[in-house]
Design a protein around this ligand. Structure first.
Ligand code: PEP
Ligand code: MN
Length: 337
């Protein structure tokens, strides 16, 4: 940590800052410049709140040099994390595509969509059985029946299954049916849920919260990793901004940023990020070009009658076109689909 002090700080205030740092267990180095005196505080104090220094008299600015996340950091592990599930590797050279409806609506619906996305080259079937809806009157999902349908469809069409878990009491049930457990954007900071997910073996994908910084998102991953688990992936699904032409703002740059500071795979979800069918294909292409390790795409064969997120669902033919396009993009950057 670097602490820049106010110009001409009084000796007693300077000593007070040093005393505080030493009390917190830091080794302190002082550097007196022509304009400012700067203190270097050495040592890692997990959970240390830099505001404890910012409020001290004579302190102008405090900069942290090391990230608050450790296990999720590239400094801790320089090699990319590869998550192997059966014959699929997430975080390797393949860009893994997850596709399916927003919600599991019926067995017929999931089977039809699973068949088409699998034929187009998707590797993982998505679908919500427990749905986090803004309105309590909106469709809330089929629950365990929905999980059963996903599993059956996944097995039939040789797809892995990813689905959302919303609360701790559902973890065991969801883990029985799914290959990957999804933490939704609204639950990214549900720390009790994250801690419990750190105790299971199955991989977890954490979606970025609607107003979460990249650091907060990685801290959520840290919660799961600190349970001793290593198979965690992240999913950029757009953040809320002042922009209204799209449902959310797709933070494309989060992909290279996370790749630089973390070893965890990053999946991109242009469906929730844009909320509009005609924006999904261009942003999916961009995500692959930016180095995403996978895509999550909502697909529906009757989106006008979908029980959730119809306007952002690709039609099966559009999904097939997208798969053909991103194969070429992946090849250019030395990856495959
Ligand atoms: C979803 O993937 O179905 C979903 C609800 O996404 P998010 O949590 O990103 O809104
Ligand atoms: Mn959805």
């Amino acid at each position: 940590m670097v602490i820049v002090l106010e110009k001409g700080i009084a000796e007693e205030n300077l000593q007070n800052v040093i005393d505080h740092l030493e009390k917190f267990g830091f080794a302190v180095h002082k550097s007196v410049g022509a304009e400012h005196t700067v203190l270097g505080a050495i040592g890692v104090k997990p959970g240390f709140d830099i505001r404890q220094l910012k409020i001290l008299k004579g302190v102008r600015e405090v900069y942290r040099i090391t990230e608050p996340f450790k296990l999720a950091s590239r400094t801790f592990k320089s090699q990319n994390t590869e998550i192997k599930i059966n014959d699929i590797v997430i975080g390797g050279t393949e860009v893994v595509v997850m596709a399916g409806p927003c919600s599991v609506e019926s067995e017929d619906q999931v089977f039809r969509i699973a068949k088409t996305v699998s034929e187009s080259g998707a590797r993982i079937l998505r679908g919500g059985a427990f749905k986090p809806r803004t309105s309590p009157y909106a469709f809330q999902g089929l629950g365990e029946k929905g999980l059963e349908i996903l599993r059956k469809a996944g097995d039939k069409f040789n797809l892995l299954v990813i689905t959302e878990v919303m609360e701790t009491s559902q973890i065991q049930m969801v883990a029985e049916y799914a290959d990957i457990l999804q933490v939704g954007a609204r639950n990214m900071q549900n720390y009790y849920l994250l801690k419990e997910l750190g105790k299971i073996d199955k991989p977890v994908m954490i979606k970025r919260g609607m107003a979460a910084s990249i650091e907060e998102w990685l801290m959520s991953a840290e919660y799961i990793l600190s349970g001793g688990k290593s198979n965690v992936m992240l999913c950029e699904r757009g953040i809320r901004t002042f922009e209204t032409y799209t449902r959310n703002t797709f933070d494309l740059s989060a992909i290279p940023v996370v790749h630089q500071i973390s070893h965890l795979p990053v999946i991109a979800d242009p469906s929730h990020a844009t909320g509009l069918r005609d924006k999904v294909i261009p942003m999916a292409r961009a995500a692959v070009a930016a180095g995403a390790d996978g895509l999550m795409i909502e697909v529906h064969d009757d989106p006008d009658n979908a029980l959730s997120d119809g306007p952002q669902a690709l039609l099966p033919d559009q999904f097939n076109d997208l798969m053909n396009q991103i194969k070429n993009i992946a090849q250019v950057i030395g990856r495959k689909i």
